[in-house]
Design a binder for this molecule. Structure first.
Ligand SMILES: [Zn+2]
Length: 325
């Protein structure tokens, strides 16, 4: 399964090469053109069928994941780091990671429970107080394996949790390798529009790649495929407007870059159902994808469609329902 391969790949923001290679390999004989731009976006073009002129439709998914960057090597060989993208420091302690091109295994460590006071254990340990232990005992030994500026990602392997019914799985980087897998699957079809699949880089550090790709493609319509927020934790009163497992992909109505309901036009006006009746779907009102395309490219229409992922930007717990269009 392509999603499994993509989820296991190493691809923090700015270091998406492995993910890009996997996608290029999956797509090269299914599309008419495949290019990588200077920022690291992979753009695949598939010409539509039928007589022109045809609409140019951009489908975007981002290739990068949140991760860490090594910024300090301590005398005892421990590695200090900073976050790449939005990571909650509460989720980092005791997590396994892999570091650098050598995929060196390590563990994020913090003071043991025996040596901390009760009050300290109630406090969140900030990222600059955590270190990665890769098993070396001196800085020189650590430098043989890892360099300053190397990236690290969580050491989490894809695993199917349930094969029947909902087909749930756990893994890392479902945000947004689910989107990448869905976009890649679109290359199998034939369409009456020109299809531009944009696998964009550096979304987690400022939506960088998608903007560049949108300028290059200049689409008539853009769809962003993304992992969105959900919250299935037990609660006394369910007031969460987030998505639910098993109800299909979500259409984001309001996100940080999207405020105009009219953008959606027909899909929402039909009783908040998308125009493809065979596909169950749901609506999400917040925290969803960035529909950047309509702002940089002459006000083009852009719609976010989201796969559901629990525990976004976390470590082994990020999981969701593999979705197919
Ligand atoms: Zn994302």
């Amino acid at each position: 399964m392509l999603l499994e391969t993509l989820s296991n790949a190493f691809g923090p923001s700015g270091c998406e090469d492995e993910v890009r290679r996997l996608l290029a390999r999956a797509l090269h004989d299914k599309v008419d053109d495949l290019q990588t731009d200077a920022l690291g976006n992979l753009i695949a073009f598939k010409q539509g069928i039928g007589a022109g002129p045809r609409l140019k439709v951009m489908i975007d998914a981002h290739t990068d994941e949140v991760g860490l960057m090594i910024t300090r090597i301590e005398k005892n060989g421990m590695l200090g780091f900073q976050a790449v993208g939005g990571i909650d420091p509460r989720l980092l302690m005791a997590k396994g990671v892999v570091v650098g091109e050598g995929r060196i295994p390590g563990v994020i460590i913090a003071p043991p429970v025996h040596l901390t006071k009760a009050a300290q254990r109630k406090q969140v340990i900030e990222i600059d107080q955590l270190v990665i232990d890769i098993g070396t005992s001196t800085a020189d030994k650590a430098r043989e394996l890892v360099q300053m500026g190397d990236y690290a990602v969580f050491d989490t392997r894809f695993q199917v949790l349930s094969e029947d019914g909902l087909r749930t799985a756990k893994g890392k980087a479902f945000d947004d390798r689910i989107g990448c897998a869905v976009a890649a699957a679109l290359a199998d079809g034939e369409y009456p529009v020109d299809l531009c699949l944009s696998f964009s880089a550096q979304e987690e550090v400022g939506l960088r790649g998608a903007r560049v790709a949108a300028f290059r493609i200049e689409p008539d319509l853009a769809l962003a495929l993304e992992g969105t927020v959900c919250d299935d934790t037990p609660k006394k009163e369910d007031v969460s407007p987030t998505t639910e497992l098993g109800k299909g992909p979500a259409i984001t109505v309001s996100g940080p870059f999207l405020r105009r309901r009219q953008t959606f036009g027909a899909p929402l006006d039909r009783g908040r159902r998308c125009p493809w009746p065979a596909l169950p779907n749901q609506t999400t009102w917040r925290g969803g994808y960035r529909c950047w395309c309509h702002s940089p490219v002459q006000g083009r229409r852009a719609v976010g469609r989201c796969g559901r992922a629990l525990s976004l930007h976390s470590c082994p717990g990020e999981h969701g329902q593999p979705q197919r269009l």
